[in-house]
Write a protein that binds this ligand. Structure first.
Ligand SMILES: [Zn+2]
Length: 297
């Protein structure tokens, strides 16, 4: 499933192809993509719109038109966008929509599992829609370790569950949460509201490092994720824990363990990411962390 690094990599590659261009013809072939609206109705509304900017919020691609309208694209599990500069997209039975741009190029939307969504919003509707669903951007300058602490303070769940929640932080999913927690040397089972300041700083660094590494590698291609030019990312070759059960931890050699947390398959190093905060605090010079075991996971 595309997460922040994947969606941002798509955005960066698609931006020069899309910005300034007019949607000349739109064909939406799958009603699920735009439900509860009619594909023909949405297609007609989109035709003639000129793209002002292509942005990202969390895992959403935000296509802003000069009219003030916004098309929110969520790739969900298996969505991808392909840009064909010469207007010749290859045949694809999983294609759900095609946008013909005014320079003769095509943007195709492909989705095997069909969970992706296109939502066309009127001027002024996008901000409240996103505010209600998407929290802080972890790579923004204002997002500090203290801010992370505020976001986690009220959460009576595991760290894993809290970080997967898009309202806590925008854009993290199963891959980058596991990678960030390994970097931070924190167990996914730790209560989200029980971190001391040193641990919060480690987690803040771990989140950013994991996401930035993913961005440099243009995301991870496990199955369906593709960049708009058809190529894949390479982050999957550099995972530290994700999908690496029984392989040695890069830091200590302990075999990576796999378990279920918050209903999701979760990979971690049992030595580097112990359940108990007292052990986790070993490597920091701070005092033993204050009690953090009072809330249930
Ligand atoms: Zn380890």
């Amino acid at each position: 499933m595309p997460e922040l690094p994947e969606v941002e990599s798509v955005r960066r590659q698609l931006e020069p192809a899309l910005v300034g261009r007019r949607f000349e013809r739109v064909a939406i072939d799958d009603p699920r993509l735009v439900r509860p609206y009619e594909p023909a109705e949405v297609s007609a509304e989109l035709e003639g719109e000129r793209v002002a900017t292509l942005e990202r919020r969390g895992k959403y691609l935000v296509v802003r038109f000069e009219s003030g309208r916004v098309l929110l694209i969520h790739l969900r599990m298996t969505g991808s966008l392909l840009h064909a500069a010469d207007g010749s997209l290859p045949d694809d039975r999983h294609r759900r929509a095609v946008v013909k741009l005014d320079d003769g190029s095509d943007v195709g939307y492909r989705d095997v599992r069909r969970f992706g969504t296109w939502l066309l919003l009127e001027p002024g509707e996008a901000e409240p829609y996103l505010e209600a669903r998407v929290g802080d951007e972890p790579l923004d300058a204002f997002f500090t370790a203290a801010r992370l602490g505020e976001r986690l303070a009220g959460r009576r769940t595991s760290l894993k569950a809290a970080l997967l929640d898009q309202r806590t932080l925008a854009g993290m999913g199963n891959i980058y949460v596991d990678e960030a927690l390994w970097r931070a040397r924190l167990s996914p089972l730790r209560p989200a509201n029980g971190l001391d300041r040193a641990e919060l700083r480690r987690l803040h660094r771990g989140i950013r490092a994991a996401l930035e590494h993913g961005l440099v590698r243009q995301g991870s291609t496990l199955r369906d994720y593709r960049l708009p030019d058809g190529s894949g990312g390479s982050m999957q070759d550099e995972f530290r824990v994700y999908g690496r059960r029984d392989e040695p931890c890069d830091r200590c050699g302990t075999p990576i363990a796999r378990t279920q947390v918050a209903g999701r398959t979760t990979w971690f190093c049992p030595t580097c990411q112990p359940d108990m905060p007292s052990q986790a605090a070993r490597s920091s010079s701070r005092q033993p962390s204050r009690s953090s075991r009072h809330s249930s996971v």
